[in-house]
Ligand binder design. Structure first.
Ligand SMILES: Nc1ncnc2c1ncn2[C@@H]1O[C@H](COP(=O)(O)OP(=O)(O)OP(=O)(O)O)[C@@H](O)[C@H]1O
Length: 824
């Protein structure tokens, strides 16, 4: 024995020793050591996270109870410590649930609910309590009062990390002036270095929760965000998971828990958007994957020397000539009537022919006769005549016979249709012969030619590779795929009964086929009543409230699904105005109406913004990738019944492809409006420049021309309007007795038809108005309103009469100022 071995031998007790030191760790103990995972990695950040957890909960609780949230946040400095107080007017907590909510991690009401809420895991507030007790050694002080009770409950507690249970030090009843709600007081070692993030969190929360009243008082600042609307977000409803995107593990668990016995019942009961028809489609998709499809071959054409009648007659013994003839004839006719026929379809044909003949001739056609008939017809259809019968002594002649077989002809036509016309007939023929050969080879194992998509692909690959090798031609991937799809398209889904739920339960492969089938079936998008998007109007209003920009746009996408959970992505863009022109865009991220403060760089939203080619949308993007530069704010909101965060601290959205796609589409939708705004602005700027140049040159030219020709100077405004293809609105006055006749002439020099709204504000009462004009008097001024449709190149005139000394003021709507010349 080597010394090494002897050492090992002596250590045989180590495993036992180690085993003794193995022990379960409580979740509280785990997070005590890994508090960074929950967003409590520093004093600065810990304070922001604690505020966020408490405010998110307060908003959730109030909204759920149908109460307009009124939330007060106060931070008091106590030397190295800070005291955080958060008060809400929510429904409050009962004496029984309160200690667990604050003193036990992973205790919450939302983890199992498929409904949009800010809280998800039941960790947030108890983690804040844990952080506070860890850094200050003080218990959390909680007051809560439920509606209709005269007294409030007061608790002082900590999380007992050994067993993840609340440890209560004070429990008493008290009075509280709020009729209902919750007050949390936590002391923690912290600092205010993340003041900016804290302010942003509160401000942005107010932007996307216009129904909430929020107040923040901290040592150096005090803000109040009053409610902008009394409308609570639409109430959300819980939904069942959607079949698209549920994971295999989840389905396995759901199968174990369901009361349904059939797969159809299971699908309809446990998933949203699945009725009987959709369940059937899912089951068909499952059958295709699990059992495979059966090849349908063409029935014999009249010129073929295939005699199904004779085949059935030969195979049917002792049934009497008439009954046999009727049986064989019926089968032959039925088969001839089909476009193509699969083995199980032939079985139906034979069964129905047998049943009819039994009725008519009083002869019994038992299982054996039926089986014999099926076999005989099928062998004819697939050409599987015993090899000896066909084979001659001449291999070339054998090949010739083989290459004329029914299967070859059928597969030739399918492959020829599916491949490009550039492929030679001989190549297709050679390929069809080889593919038919593979079908024939497999006949012995399964004469029904039942195969999965994958096996079919293998057949086609094999035939294509042999063709490439022996015929020295290319039979590439696209051609192969097209052939596979063409054949798969004529194959028949089999009618086999799917397994029962209890049979599926222990069968991972079959369950996986079911999950694939669910994903492959077209199913209506999930209902969105479980979600509460902000809506494009409110996004725009929120941006307008927060940023003084020149342009705003927003987009709300339709709901999509990830992991069985529906989600909606919204985006908003603000541009120009007072936004800082230097530096890169300000990206504002939200998930379930909660601003995401940290980990900007690790968030799918930021990744998507960076991946977009912003130059296409008229923004500056150094190097053509990354954040765009300039005065722009990009806002993204992901709302879901289960937002996939990168960590428990819920700072960044994970890179889930379905969500990333929707983020991109939402941003692009909003960015398209920005692009047309910027294009228009650019062309208007050019126009203005040109107009300014004309405005300086033309008068000088006019003066010169008038001097030289000795004629009056032409009207410059009219000339500019015509050169620039502007709409010209001009007032002409003519003395008319005591008063004056006014004509407002509209000349459309542009290339498009215009509908203009013209208002002439006059200081005296007008008379004799043209048709279509209306007049309203307000405070001694008469507003003459007139709507004019003026085709390109046409004129229109508004006429009226008014006193001599009247003054006028023209206002024109319906055409951009840059394309309008008004002369009054
Ligand atoms: N201010 C409150 N008023 C009423 N109920 C509350 C309040 N705060 C928390 N709760 C209840 O306590 C539960 C646990 O809250 P906690 O913050 O631990 O988790 P969560 O909000 O559900 O999820 P997450 O860990 O994602 O924040 C909530 O689900 C809610 O039912």
């Amino acid at each position: 024995m080597t010394s090494f071995q002897s050492t090992l031998g002596e250590e045989s007790g180590i495993a036992e020793e180690l085993a003794e030191s193995q022990q379960a760790i409580s979740i509280a103990e785990f997070f005590e050591k890994n508090k960074h995972m929950l967003g409590f990695d520093s004093g600065a950040r810990g304070l922001v996270t604690a505020v966020k957890e408490a405010v998110d909960n307060a908003l959730d609780a109030a909204e759920e109870a149908g109460i307009l949230p009124d939330i007060y946040v106060e931070i008091q400095e106590e030397g190295d410590y800070y005291r955080l107080i958060v008060e809400d007017n929510g429904p409050g907590l009962t004496k029984e649930s309160l200690p667990k909510v604050f003193g036990k991690l992973l205790y919450g009401s939302r983890f199992h609910a498929r409904e949009q809420s800010r809280g998800q895991q039941g960790i947030g507030i108890s983690a804040a309590v844990l952080y506070s007790q860890l850094t200050s050694g003080k218990p959390a002080k909680i007051t809560s009062r439920t509606e209709g009770t005269s007294e409030a409950q007061y608790f002082e507690l900590i999380v007992d990390t050994d067993d993840n249970e609340p440890e209560i030090s004070v429990e008493e009843t008290t009075t509280w002036d709020r009729p209902h709600g919750t007050r949390i007081e936590l002391e923690m070692e912290a600092n205010m270095r993340a003041r900016q993030q804290l302010h942003n969190y509160i401000k942005h929360t107010a932007v996307v929760n216009p129904h909430a009243r929020l107040e923040l008082r901290e040592p150096k600042a005090h803000f109040k965000f009053e409610r902008a609307t009394d409308q609570l977000p639409e109430e959300t409803e819980e939904i069942r998971p959607h079949p698209h995107g549920v994971e295999l593990g989840t389905v396995i668990k759901m199968l174990a828990a369901t009361d349904s016995q059939t797969v159809s019942g299971f699908l309809q009961e446990e998933f949203t958007r699945v009725g009987k028809k959709t369940a059937e489609s899912v089951i068909d998709a499952f059958r295709d994957r699990h059992y495979g499809r059966e090849m349908r071959w063409r029935p014999p054409a009249s010129h073929e020397s295939v005699d199904l009648d004779a085949a059935v007659t030969d195979a049917t013994a002792n049934k009497g000539a008439d009954a046999t003839a009727a049986f064989a004839g019926a089968i032959e006719d039925e088969v001839a009537d089909t476009d193509r026929i699969a083995h199980y379809e032939l079985r139906d044909v034979v069964d129905s022919a047998a049943d009819d003949v039994e009725d008519e001739h009083g002869t019994t056609f038992g299982d054996t006769v039926r089986e014999n008939a099926i076999d005989a017809v099928w062998l004819e259809l697939i050409d599987a005549v015993p090899a000896d019968d066909d084979e001659t002594d001449d291999p070339a002649a054998d090949d010739a016979i083989e290459s004329e077989s029914r299967l070859v002809a059928d597969l030739y036509d399918l492959a020829d249709d599916a491949t490009s016309t550039r492929k030679d007939d001989e190549v297709i023929q050679a390929f069809a012969v080889r593919l038919a050969g593979t079908f024939e080879d497999e006949t012995e194992d399964d004469p029904r030619h039942r195969l999965t998509h994958e096996t079919l692909r293998e057949y086609v690959d094999r035939a294509a590779e042999l063709t490439e090798e022996y015929d020295d031609v290319a039979f590439g991937d696209t051609a192969r795929e097209n052939v596979v799809e063409a054949i798969w398209g004529v194959m028949a889904t089999v009618p086999d009964d799917p397994p029962l739920v209890r049979e599926l339960e222990g069968d991972r492969d079959a369950t996986s086929d079911l999950v694939d089938g669910m994903r492959a079936t077209d199913i209506m998008a999930p209902p969105t009543r479980c979600l509460s998007p902000i809506s494009d109007d409110l996004i725009q209003a929120g941006l307008e409230k927060e940023f003084d920009a020149e342009f705003y746009s927003s987009a709300t996408r339709d709901a999509e699904v990830h992991g069985g959970d529906p989600f909606v992505v919204e985006a908003g863009i603000a541009y120009g105005g007072e936004l800082p022109a230097e530096g890169s865009a300000n990206v504002m991220r939200f998930a379930n109406r909660v601003p995401l403060v940290y980990q900007r760089g690790a968030c799918a939203t930021t990744d998507v913004v960076k991946s977009i080619g912003w130059r296409n949308y008229g923004l500056d993007q150094p190097g053509g990738s990354g954040l765009p530069n300039g005065p722009v704010v990009i806002m993204i909101h992901v709302a879901s019944t289960n937002v996939p965060f990168t960590s428990e601290s819920k700072d960044a959205v994970a890179n889930v492809p379905e969500i990333e796609d929707e983020i991109e589409l939402a941003i692009r939708e909003a960015a398209r409006d920005l692009k047309s705004f910027l294009n228009k602005r650019r062309s208007m700027q050019k126009r203005r420049k040109k107009q300014n140049v004309l405005g300086t040159i033309l008068p000088e030219m006019a003066t010169k021309v008038a001097e030289v020709t000795g004629r009056d100077e032409p009207d410059i405004d009219d000339a500019i309007a015509r050169i620039m293809n502007n709409v010209l609105v001009e007032r002409e006055l003519e003395q008319n007795g005591d008063g004056q006749a006014v004509s407002v002439v509209v000349e459309n020099n542009s290339s498009t038809n215009k509908t203009l709204e013209i208002t002439d504000i006059v200081s005296a009462e007008p008379a004799g108005l043209s048709d279509g004009a209306t007049v309203v008097e307000m405070d001694g001024e008469w507003f003459i309103k007139w709507e004019a449709d003026v085709s390109s190149g046409d004129d229109a005139v508004l006429k009226y009469e008014v006193a001599d000394d009247a003054s006028f003021d023209l206002d024109v709507k319906g055409v951009e100022t840059e394309k309008l010349t008004v002369k009054q």
